[in-house]
Design a protein around this ligand. Structure first.
Ligand code: 1CP
Length: 366
C-alpha cells in the first residue's frame, strides 16, 4: 500500500508555493548536491561504504539527505533524496561502479546498435518498481524523518544525459561516442532515448507515490548539444516526461507535484523550456537573471538558480555581490524564484561559506 503522510503537516512549504507560482514571503533556497563531499559529516556517515551501497541503504541515504537540513536548519527550504541519476542505467541491466575521486564508470558501455547488448537493453522488460525499490524506501523513510520540516525532492537524469553516460561509459570531455550515436545511428539513439524517457515517467511517479513532493530532471550534459541537436535529441524526451508524468501520478489517485527541468549549458533552450509543461526551469550561471526572469514571468514559469558554484571559493564580498545581482534580477525574491546555485556545489567548499550564501539570500529577500 502507498504510504500516507496525512499525519505529518508541513511546517515549511515555501518551495512548493513558489513552484506553483504563488507570491511568497521570501525566496526559498537549496543547492544541488547539498548532501555531498564538501560536508565532513558526509564522509563520516558514508565511511567505507561504496557509493551505490549508500544509495541502496534507506537508512544511510536518508541520513545523508538530512545532513544539510540539520546543519542549515532555518536556511534551507528543501531536501533532495540522496541517490544518483545512474540508477536508471543500472535498472536497465548495465553495470555502473563509482570510482573514488574519479566518478561513475561503466565497465561495458554500449558500443553500436548492432551489438547484442543494445538489443538486450532495448528488449529488456525493465521493472523500475522492483529494481529501484530501495529508492522508494529511502524516500518514504526520509519523508518520515523530515517530519514536515521541508519538502522532499525526487529526481532522475534526463534521457540525453543518461544516454551519454551509457555510451561514453562515464564522464566525458569530448563526447565522441554519444556524438557518433546521434549523428551515425540517429534512429537507434532515439529508440533508446524514448525507452529511457518512458522509464523516467514511471520512476518519478513511483518516487511521488513513495513521498517525493517535487521532482527535478537533470540534463547535465544538455550543453554539449547544438540548438538544432537539442531540439532533436533532448527536448522531445524532456517533454515526454513533463507531458506524461502528471497523468501517471493522477492514475495512482495522487495529486501531481511541481516539476523542474535543469538543462545545464542549454541557454538557447530557455524559450522552448518556457513553453513546456515544467513548472520550474533551473538555470546555470550562463544566464543573466534579469533577462531570464523577464521571459519566464511572461510565460508563467518559475526559475531556479543560478550563481556560479565557484563563487563559494571567493570572498564574502564577492558572494554578496552575486546574491545582490540575483535578487535584483529575479524580481526581489517574492515570486517566481527558487534560489540555488547554477550547478552542484563542488568539493572543498567550506560549509560556512555556503551558510553565508544562504544567509545573504535570506537577508536580501526577506
Ligand atoms: O545532494 C544531492 O544533490 C543529492 C544527491 C545527488 C544527485 C541529485 C547525487 C549524489 N548525484 C546526483 C545527480 C547526478 N549524478 C548528476 C546530475 C547533477 C549534476 O550534474 O551534478 C550527475 C551528472 C551524476 C553523475 C555523477 N555521480 C557524477 C558526475 C561525474 C561526471 O561525469 O562528471 C559524480 C561524481 C557522481 C557521484 C556522486 N553522486 C552524488 C554524490 C554525493 C557523489 C559523489 C560520491 C563520492 O565521491 O562520495
Amino acid at each position: 500500500m502507498a504510504p500516507n503522510f496525512d499525519d505529518i503537516p508541513m511546517k515549511n512549504d515555501l518551495i512548493l508555493r513558489t513552484a506553483r507560482g504563488e507570491k511568497v514571503e521570501r525566496a526559498p533556497m537549496w543547492v544541488m548536491r547539498q548532501a555531498g563531499r564538501y560536508l565532513p559529516e558526509y564522509h563520516e556517515e558514508k565511511g567505507k561504504n561504496d557509493f551505490f551501497e549508500c544509495c541502496r541503504s534507506p537508512e544511510i541515504a536518508s541520513n545523508l539527505t538530512l545532513q544539510p537540513i540539520d546543519r542549515y536548519a532555518g536556511l534551507v527550504d528543501a531536501a533532495i533524496i540522496f541517490s544518483d541519476i545512474l540508477v536508471i542505467p543500472q535498472a536497465m541491466g548495465m553495470e555502473v561502479i563509482m570510482v573514488d575521486k574519479k566518478g561513475p564508470h561503466f565497465p561495458e558501455p554500449l558500443q553500436t546498435p548492432d551489438d547484442e547488448q543494445y538489443k538486450e537493453v532495448m528488449e529488456r522488460n525493465v521493472d523500475v518498481k522492483e529494481s529501484l525499490d530501495y529508492v522508494y524506501k529511502a524516500i518514504t523513510l526520509t519523508r518520515k524523518k523530515l517530519a514536515g520540516r521541508v519538502p522532499l525532492i525526487g529526481f532522475c537524469g534526463a534521457p540525453w544525459t543518461l544516454l551519454s553516460y551509457m555510451v561514453e561509459g562515464g564522464g566525458s570531455k569530448m563526447f565522441i561516442q554519444v556524438k557518433t550515436w546521434i549523428y551515425k545511428y540517429p534512429e537507434a539513439a532515439k529508440a533508446l532515448l524514448q525507452k529511457i524517457a518512458e522509464l523516467c515517467v514511471e520512476y518519478l511517479a513511483l518516487q511521488v507515490e513513495a513521498g517525493a513532493q517535487m521532482i527535478q530532471v537533470f540534463d547535465s550534459w544538455a550543453g554539449e548539444l547544438s540548438p538544432q541537436a537539442f531540439k532533436e535529441f533532448s527536448l522531445p524526451y524532456l517533454n515526454h516526461i513533463a507531458d506524461n508524468l502528471p497523468a501517471r501520478i493522477k492514475s495512482k489517485g495522487l495529486e501531481p507535484v511541481p516539476m523542474t527541468v535543469f538543462a545545464k549549458g542549454a541557454w538557447y533552450a530557455l524559450p522552448a523550456l518556457c513553453e513546456s509543461n515544467y513548472n520550474t526551469i533551473g538555470l546555470d550561471w550562463l544566464h543573466d537573471p534579469a533577462e531570464a526572469y523577464q521571459l519566464a514571468q511572461s510565460k508563467g514559469k518559475v526559475l531556479q538558480g543560478n550563481a556560479d558554484p565557484g563563487i563559494l571559493y571567493g570572498s564574502h564580498e564577492s558572494i554578496t555581490k552575486v546574491v545582490e545581482n540575483m535578487v535584483a534580477g529575479f524580481g526581489g525574491g517574492k515570486k517566481g524564484w527558487i534560489a540555488n546555485l547554477g550547478h552542484g556545489i563542488t568539493p572543498f567548499v567550506k560549509p560556512d561559506d555556503l551558510k553565508f550564501y544562504f544567509e545573504e539570500i535570506h537577508r536580501l529577500t526577506t
